[in-house]
Design a protein around this ligand. Structure first.
Ligand SMILES: Cc1cc2nc3c(=O)[nH]c(=O)nc-3n(C[C@H](O)[C@H](O)[C@H](O)COP(=O)(O)OP(=O)(O)OC[C@H]3O[C@@H](n4cnc5c(N)ncnc54)[C@H](O)[C@@H]3O)c2cc1C
Ligand SMILES: *[C@@H]1O[C@H](CO)[C@@H](O)[C@H](O)[C@H]1NC(C)=O
Ligand SMILES: *[C@@H]1O[C@H](CO)[C@@H](O)[C@H](O)[C@H]1NC(C)=O
Length: 384
């Protein structure tokens, strides 16, 4: 099939949902590509690292990848196992064959040849491979590099520090004291799960955050298409106030700006409540302000108070990195693109994938010069 030829038209880095979506869109436009994945399976965050009770946070039509709907019989909130089945069908439907066990370790644009030189470490052969490509698409995910928040004195913490992507279930934490840092959706859901397993759970809420129920968030996403965004934001804040009341009592401030504004402008998601809030209200889960430093078994918080943690305790970190700002987040210079890096979830990466594939199609057609120099889409025998 010539998939491993050194000359490529498009290289996609990362075979998570974003890379798979991009691959499908490229195929539908008859654009050949090579997909590189450092692990030995696609979507490893879902297949290997996700925790046991995970459902998709959003209703299923916001979690679909391009060009293939989820089966009608799937419930509105798709459980992980069914999402995996969907991904499996997706990979087969679009005949996606990632090159596994390969990490991209660098990419340089060569002005003269107008191509990217992509350096890849093959972990199986322990060799460095080099490829050339006109278009380079980064779909490496926001959580791919296990990231532990950088807190002063973290190394002196006597207990275990782990990243939320390595968290599977609260089972091993029952009766343990756990501090979850990061109040995004995974942090909140993990706190809920830990508490259900009987862990003494605290969660750090660093900054003001909106809390919406699933229904509110779906209503918002639907109305958002038809109504002014300010209006939808005010409506959601209103509904959240009625439903949840004063969050400040429990240590959670509401932001001044609305949830969609914050999401679009800063990539800051509202928290979609899965039951955590009820536990916060009942005192089962304690909310703490930002951690300022750690001095051995004393964790110091922003309000000046400190709480003890010992060698049996855990600290679970969770964070993301937004690299490019919405809405110009998907296109860089010289044929460089990003898919799924704007903190907008599966819904966002679906849109990015379509935009990027369409843009590459247009750019590749333009490269067809009047003297009939073939476009990079012709003369390739590695169409997948
Ligand atoms: C626990 C959890 C639950 C989530 N639930 C939802 C939800 O319900 N709804 C929603 O919309 N979003 C959800 N998200 C957010 C987001 O949609 C998912 O994280 C989704 O997997 C993102 O897809 P991705 O392809 O961008 O990134 P990833 O799934 O992280 O995939 C990136 C891929 O790139 C590979 N890679 C990274 N670096 C390199 C490299 N240098 N070379 C080669 N390969 C590399 C990785 O191995 C990985 O396979 C959730 C996220 C998490 C962590
Ligand atoms: C990837 O590497 C792992 C471990 O090194 C190995 O078990 C697996 O067979 C490899 N997969 C592929 C597709 O090469
Ligand atoms: C891989 O190769 C590098 C040098 O190219 C060497 O230092 C390293 O020990 C090798 N690793 C394995 C696992 O063989």
């Amino acid at each position: 099939m010539g998939q491993e030829t050194r000359e490529q038209v498009v290289i996609v880095v990362g075979a998570g949902p974003a890379g798979l979506a991009t691959a499908a869109c490229l195929t539908s436009l008859s654009i050949p590509y090579m997909l590189i994945e450092r692990e030995d399976f696609y979507a490893p965050i879902w297949t290997k690292k996700s925790y046991d009770r995970l459902h998709l946070h959003l209703a299923k039509h916001f979690c679909e990848l391009p060009l293939m709907s989820m089966p009608a019989e799937y419930p509105t909130y798709v459980p992980r196992a069914q999402f995996l089945q969907y991904l499996d069908n997706y990979v087969r439907q679009f005949k996606i064959k990632p090159m596994y066990n390969r990490s991209v370790i660098g990419a340089d644009y060569e002005e003269v040849s107008q191509r990217w030189l992509v350096k890849v470490h093959n972990s199986k052969s322990n060799e460095t491979e080099e490829y050339f490509t006109r278009f380079l698409i980064i779909a490496t995910g926001e959580t791919s590099d296990t990231f532990i928040p950088d807190v002063e004195g973290l190394h002196t913490f006597p207990g275990r520090v782990i990243h939320s992507t390595l968290y599977k279930s609260g089972k091993e934490f029952s009766d343990k004291k756990v501090l979850v840092i990061g109040s995004g959706n995974s942090g909140m859901e993990i706190a809920f799960d830990l508490s259900n397993y009987g862990a003494k759970t605290s969660i750090v809420v660093r900054s003001p955050t909106h809390i919406l129920s699933r229904e509110m968030s779906n209503l918002g996403l639907t109305l958002f298409r038809y109504l002014p965004h300010d209006f939808v934001d005010s409506l959601l804040v209103f509904l959240s106030k009625i439903y949840y009341g004063d969050l400040g009592k429990y240590g959670i401030e509401r932001p001044k700006e609305g949830p969609f504004y914050l999401k679009e402008k800063y990539g800051k998601y509202p928290v979609i409540d899965v039951g955590t809030y009820r536990k916060i209200k009942s005192g089962e889960i304690q909310v703490l302000p930002a951690v300022t430093s750690i001095k051995g078994d004393e964790v110091v918080f922003k309000d000046g108070k400190s709480h003890p943690f010992d060698g049996d305790d855990y600290l679970l970190g969770d964070d993301g990195i937004s690299k490019l700002e919405f809405p110009n987040h998907w296109k860089g210079k010289n044929g460089l693109y990003c898919v799924g890096l704007a903190r907008r979830g599966l819904y966002g990466l679906n849109m990015d994938a379509k935009l990027v594939a369409g843009d590459i199609k247009t750019a590749a057609m333009k490269m067809m010069t009047p003297d009939q120099t073939p476009s990079p889409l012709q003369n390739t025998n590695n169409v997948v």
